[in-house]
Design a binder for this molecule. Structure first.
Ligand code: AMP
Ligand code: MG
Length: 310
């Protein structure tokens, strides 16, 4: 295979790295880049004029019409919120903002503030209208956050752009959310490294042999702040309103669609080892690798033959 192009850039709040093989690689990358900017423009909570910001600003006021892609991602977020009885919470935004983890204003809020933000972090009262693609949030202050699912959707979109453009071999890496597209140029499986949650970046605990699979990891090591020797990481337990503290350090989900993997990795991180493993075992075609705080590795039965511990 002659032509290989790698492009690295920043969008969706993360570093994107696309590695694409074949004669049409440049064209496919250009299309993927503009699609990623379009998704960011519509779904980012950090952009004041995004569709998500528009929905959030109008919480408690009026329904907002959005594009079909934004509507689809919100719908999937709501599906996983319902599936996990809120362990995954599409409306976690007030709590995420309150803690500010990963931003320059990260702090420990007081109990009263947490209580107040918890009350409006209510995914059950969202109203979605399938006919005209409108989204309504009922309570003032209520807000949607697609931070745990939009990158997965974006990976799926790049996947379909590459398919349409006759790409056969590519690695789509959205800040550690990886999609192993097709095969390696020699037609063997890709080897995807699974980050060691206790090591430095790019230090792997093992590798996965896969083709045409999404590999998404959620971990406390990704974003956190430390104060008085205590670490607060960025995934919030919607039951308590505090950053999750449980028995796992990271969870990796292997699936066909990255939107599912992205949602499920966040779900499992909040649910912990036992409930998370049970959930993944119950879903056909989805696998998981859980690394505990004691550095033990648990995985679903199907994936064991493809995973090699380093
Ligand atoms: P991920 O890295 O995909 O697990 O997503 C983590 C991001 O999702 C956080 O930075 C928040 O923006 C958001 N988030 C935090 N807690 C939750 C939760 N319980 N449910 C849904 N999204 C969350
Ligand atoms: Mg996620």
């Amino acid at each position: 295979m002659d032509n290989i192009i790698t492009k690295q850039f920043y969008v969706l709040g993360t570093i994107i790295r696309l590695t694409v093989y074949g004669d049409n690689a440049q064209n496919a990358i250009d299309l993927a880049v503009s699609r990623l900017y379009e998704i960011d423009d519509r779904m980012s909570v950090f952009k004041a004029d995004s569709e998500i910001s528009n929905i959030n600003i109008n919480a408690g006021k009026s329904p907002i019409k959005v594009n079909d892609d934004t509507f689809f991602v919100i719908k999937q977020g709501l599906y996983y919120s319902n599936l996990t009885s809120g362990a995954f919470n599409l409306c976690i935004s007030p709590l995420v903002n309150l803690w500010g983890i990963g931003t320059s204003h990260a702090r420990i809020p007081n109990e009263h503030e947490v209580e107040k933000a918890l009350k409006i972090s209510d995914y059950k009262s969202i109203v979605l209208n399938d006919k005209d693609y409108t989204v309504s949030l009922c309570h003032p202050g209520q807000a949607i956050d697609l931070g745990s699912i939009a990158k997965g959707y974006a990976a799926d979109e790049i996947k379909s752009i590459f398919t349409k453009n006759n790409i056969k071999h590519a690695i789509i890496d959205l800040g550690g959310n990886v999609y192993a597209f097709g095969t390696k140029p020699d037609l063997s499986h890709w080897n995807i490294g699974i980050q060691d949650p206790f090591g430095d970046q790019q230090q792997y605990i093992g590798t996965l042999k896969v083709s045409n699979k999404s590999i998404v990891t959620s971990g406390g090591y990704e974003r956190y702040f430390e104060i008085d020797g205590q670490r607060f990481q960025h995934i919030i337990d919607p039951k308590t309103g505090y950053p999750c503290k449980n028995d796992i350090s990271s969870v990796t989900i292997i699936s066909d669609n990255s939107i599912d993997g992205d949602a499920l990795s966040t779900c499992c991180y909040t649910m912990g080892l036992e409930k998370g493993l049970n959930l993944i075992e119950s879903i056909n075609g989805v696998d998981g690798i859980f690394i505990t705080n004691n550095k033990e590795v648990y995985m679903t039965s199907e994936i064991t033959q493809n995973f090699k511990l380093i």
